[in-house]
Design a protein around this ligand. Structure first.
Ligand code: CDP
Length: 795
């Protein structure tokens, strides 16, 4: 027998079709809204129409009297049970249902539980709330102004609207670098609020069984075990009597990491009513109240030598966190990985300060398809790099080449203290420049200019930290970050694998089986993957920040290796040889001196249940909790070429080239899908997505008429290329990839538009780079800000 063909059994490198698509394409997915339990009631939330107001009174008498209404929950009732406020992921507090004030438009004020969702909605409409309007704050300038109204007057020691003031880096060294600089390049910009906007909104079905005292909650969460711990701590229920089930999820993108008031209220209602209670959020509720991202302002400066070397970088950011500071925040990295900026460049000194403020907007700062604040970091970095190259009058590709970390310089200590693992940055750039035809395009651009046409090219190159933890440095609320996998091989050689991650469309059911196939030689189709049920899956931190492959994926490999180690003992027994004389090839052990004498992994599996050697435990299964030694650092180079119409400001993408190096690719087709999806989101952010606020704090972007999602019609084509630099510390050499394109993509588009209009002297147009903003920049020659409040034209 010869070794198995790994691609044929669906192992590493096979572009295996996604097994989960069988049910998704047929409409057979099982989402939270598909969960129907006997006697189930329905919950609706009453939300505040005002952004800032004192609550004088809430009268729910009429709602209680509607036939079919079973309960009305208000902040006052929650307060009696000590549940009016809940802790956030960043040691702040967040109102579950408002008691004293409402602090943003869309805040949860009351819940109605009824026999059907329509009655529950009628119940909400029958509640009368008497609000006393208060002055509204919609941006940091207003929040920090002298005499600004206090957003968080509920907090004892909070005398202003500052959430935090942090700094990191080498201030003295950076000051010295600026003293030695030939040129100082400056840039100011705003990364606007955006929303992960999964097609499926948030929801839960809470089911408290009085007889067993067990609470089961089906919910849209990316991190079921963390939710179980949070419910145990906040509701003071015993953890072993809580089961969180996260069924199929229709997209998460970071939106489904936090705990939302709707989850808490449905759980409390189920406990009080002893009935299952379902809450399904509608699209507007999702867009105005849950998990906003970004909304951050940058002032950046770069100290440059005439020959193009970057000597130092200063950055100051001010982020708008809305009314509650609720983003995930690793406690040892208090700027939330903003300080991963400039990790791919060799820069001697850098200093970063960051301030967060409270405003009358929904809680923001979630990591929308990124790790904490990495998207903002990479956007600022690449916008600053382009501005610096322009200020030096230097070619932007050459400027990057001069400053990249070299291939032999790994592990490399970044200017803010991270250790990057491996990469071939220069090679990725060259592959990208070749693919886009860089030199030809520059000529074409000059020719076009002579005829009054505006062509531009934008580059974005970045490495980003994916795969938190290690547990030494990363925790959330003190819970260390690692992940897990449990593999059980049945006697017929079929297997079930469970992990502590939770897929939301990324294809874990397909790719995890491929890792098992690679490690054990079991055909991938013989391995079923299950995630998301805390009663069956081993404890893990869930899926966000592209951490699944670096951490849970590594745990899958390690659990498989434990299984293989045990199977080797079984093989030695079956082959009547000593274990030391047994060798392994994919799917089979054999006697080194007699390679024809072998035992397949399937033969070992049956022996584990029917023919074990004396002293060996029956069964063939293993659990692995994997604590990675470091983060993985994938690299990406994105290049966009555009044409801007000077008469309208409309810009079209002519070409887009992506070169991604995410180490070893488990499933190249899935990786390409992740990159395509990420680039589509990047294009949306750069081109069209607009979620902002007017001066009254009204959310503009509360529906898909105002908050635009790109369809296949608008989205440009993307040409994908790969470079493979294996991760030196991951068991199969893989790095994360899911978020790279959404993180690095926006700067390529924006840089391209600004390159096209460079002659106007305009340094910045805030995203989204809408045609009217481009037109304004061309006609005035001034930068265009997108910071709120926006002026809404009548009609
Ligand atoms: O944590 P999340 O699943 O969102 O992100 P990821 O770990 O980057 O993985 C996204 C998808 O791409 C998963 O199905 C991975 O198994 C797959 N992938 C891959 O095939 N090869 C890689 N080197 C990285 C990810």
């Amino acid at each position: 027998m010869t070794a198995l063909d790994e691609i044929k059994i669906g192992g590493l490198g096979a572009s295996r079709k996604r097994v989960e698509d069988n049910r998704f394409i047929r409409g057979k997915g099982r989402y939270v809204d598909d969960v129907v339990l006997p006697g189930m009631l329905h919950m609706e939330i009453l939300r505040s129409p005002l952004a800032h107001a004192r609550i004088r009174s809430i009268d729910a008498t009429k709602a209680w009297s509607i036939p079919g209404v079973r309960m009305v929950l208000t902040g006052e009732m929650m307060a009696k049970r000590n549940l009016a406020w809940m802790p956030t992921l960043s040691y702040d507090t967040q109102a579950v249902l408002a008691t004293d004030k409402v602090r943003f438009q869309g805040q949860e004020v009351a819940c109605v539980i009824a026999d059907d969702p329509y009655i529950a909605k009628d119940g909400c409409e029958a509640i009368v709330v008497d609000y006393e309007p208060l002055p509204v704050i919609v941006n940091p300038d207003q929040a920090l102004a002298e005499g600004a109204p206090l957003v968080r007057d509920d907090k004892e020691n909070q005398h202003d609207n500052v959430v935090f003031d942090w700094e990191v880096g080498d201030k003295a060294g950076t000051d010295r670098a600026f003293e030695q600089a030939d040129v100082i390049s400056k840039l100011e910009l705003h990364y606007p609020r955006s929303h992960p906007s999964p097609i499926e909104c948030c929801g839960s079905v809470a089911d408290f069984d009085r007889a067993t005292q067990k609470l089961t909650v089906y919910m849209t969460t990316q991190a079921p075990h963390i939710i179980r711990a949070a419910v145990a701590l906040v509701a003071e229920l015993p953890e072993h009597m809580i089961r969180i089930v996260s069924p199929d999820i229709g997209g998460g993108f970071g939106n489904k990491v936090p705990v939302y008031p709707g989850y808490v209220c449905s759980i409390l209602a189920s406990i009080l009513l002893e009935k299952p209670v379902k809450w399904i959020e509608d699209k507007t509720g999702n867009l105005i109240s849950t998990g906003f991202a970004r909304d951050i302002y940058l002032e950046g400066e770069m100290a440059l030598r005439k020959d193009g070397k970057i000597l130092g970088v200063r950055m100051h950011t001010t982020s708008d966190h809305g009314a509650f500071f609720s983003d995930a925040q690793p406690s040892k990295f208090k700027i939330g990985l903003m300080h991963s900026a400039f990790a791919c460049y060799d820069i001697p000194a850098a200093h970063l300060t960051a301030r967060g403020v409270y405003t009358n907007k929904a809680p923001g700062g979630v990591a929308y398809r990124c790790s904490f604040r990495v998207t903002e970091a990479m956007f600022f970095q690449e916008r600053m790099v382009q501005a610096a190259a322009d200020d030096l009058g230097m070619d932007q590709a050459e400027f990057r080449r001069i400053n990249f970390v070299g291939d032999d310089d790994f592990p490399h200590r970044t200017p803010f203290g991270f250790l990057t693992d491996s990469g071939q940055y220069g090679k990725c750039l060259e592959v990208g420049l070749d693919a886009v035809g860089y030199q030809d395009f520059l000529k074409q651009k000059e020719e076009a200019k002579a005829r009054g046409r505006l062509l531009g090219i934008g580059i974005s190159t970045m490495t980003e930290p994916l795969g938190a933890g290690n547990s030494r440095e990363y925790d959330i609320l003190g819970i260390k970050m690692f992940d897990s996998a449990e593999l059980r091989v049945h006697m017929t050689g079929k297997a079930i694998l469970r992990t502590g991650a939770k897929t939301q469309g990324q294809g874990h059911e397909t790719t995890w089986a491929q890792i098992v196939a690679h490690e054990l030689g079991l055909p991938a189709e013989d391995v079923v993957v299950e995630e998301g049920d805390t009663d069956t899956a081993p404890f893990g931190m869930g899926t966000y920040a592209s951490r699944s492959t670096p951490v849970a994926g590594a745990a899958v490999a390690m659990a498989s290796r434990k299984v293989r180690a045990k199977a080797r003992k079984l093989a030695a027994h079956l082959l009547e040889a000593s274990e030391e004389d047994i060798d392994w090839e994919l799917g089979r052990f054999y006697v080194r001196s007699a390679p024809d004498r072998g035992a397949t992994i399937q033969e070992c599996a049956i022996a584990a249940y029917s023919n074990m050697p004396d002293g060996l435990e029956p069964g063939l299964e293993a659990v692995s909790y994997y604590d990675p030694p470091n983060l993985t650092w994938p690299f990406a180079c994105y290049i966009a070429t555009v044409e801007v119409d000077p008469d309208t400001g409309v810009w079209d993408v002519l070409n887009f080239v992506a070169v991604d190096d995410c180490g070893v690719r488990i499933n190249p087709m899935i990786v390409e899908g992740q990159i395509m999806g990420g680039l589509t989101e990047a294009y949306a952010m750069a081109n069209m997505q607009f979620i902002t606020f007017d001066s009254e704090g009204n959310c503009v972007g509360a529906n898909y008429m105002d908050y635009l999602l790109p369809t296949a019609w608008e989205t440009p084509g993307f040409e994908l290329h790969e470079v493979v630099t294996p991760c030196p510390h991951h068991p199969i050499g893989a790095k994360g990839v899911g978020e790279c394109a959404a993180v690095g993509g926006p700067a390529a588009f924006v840089n391209a538009v600004l390159d096209a209009i460079k002659d106007t002297g305009v340094r910045n147009i805030d995203m989204p780079v809408l045609p009217d903003r481009v037109y304004e920049a061309i006609t005035t020659g001034r930068d265009v800000s997108g910071a709120p409040p926006v002026r809404l034209d009548d009609g």
